[in-house]
Design a protein around this ligand. Sequence first.
Ligand code: BTN
Length: 247
Amino acid sequence: MKIEQHLFDEIYSFNKVVSTMNTAQKMIQNGDVNGNFLILANEQSNGKGRQAAGWFSPEGGLWFTMALYGLPLDSSLTIFTGIIIHQAILEMLPELEGRLKIKWPNDIMLDGKKLCGILTLHLGQKNYFLVGVGVDTNITEFGPDLSDIAISLKQSVGRDIEHEEFLNVLFHFYAEELPEFMDSRLRNYLEYYKEHCYLKGQQVLLSTEFESFNGRVQGINSKGALLLEIKDGMIQPFYSGSIEKIY
Ligand code: BTN
């Protein structure tokens, strides 16, 4: 695979790993790597999802971890990554405009089903942010547990997605937009987010570590917090949590 990009010092491609997150973490801990690097795998035997969930990672999908070194980043990086992936998919498949949405904090939904998940991990002591991305590009079979909630690009557009082309577009956009994101965080992406927000205007139940809140989604702020109108005119930002229900 030939990936033209200016973001990573090294790209490591594997056929099968346990999880690209583990591989990246181990390489950092062993001192085997410097600077930004990318771990790509055709298959993961034990892919990780958010909240200790697993992540179905057979051959056919795109599974990778971006390891970003020394950047003054924060958790809004997850949302930034979701926006850039959304833009890259639409650049390649403009026919999906209007059907491809971003679900806070970090899922990309296609026709109401999950297409892509993002997992970030901050290795503070090593000064690394790991951004794990799973995109269901060419998966044809999800099995009974997932087929109602997951979807692939191939299922949707009826043809294979070129991973090389996708990664070239994605990393080109990512490298181009990263300085802007570092400078003003999500400020210049709020309109884009609002336009493509899966939950916009919806009444949802959000669970945080301590409490649950009912509210209507108003978008996000420049730090990536979800803005919920929890009472008439009272909008509260939530920096973490998960959407438990959409009414
Ligand atoms: C989620 O739960 O939505 C996040 C899923 C993240 C999956 C990706 S696949 C590549 C990387 N390696 C992993 O083990 N997980 C992430």
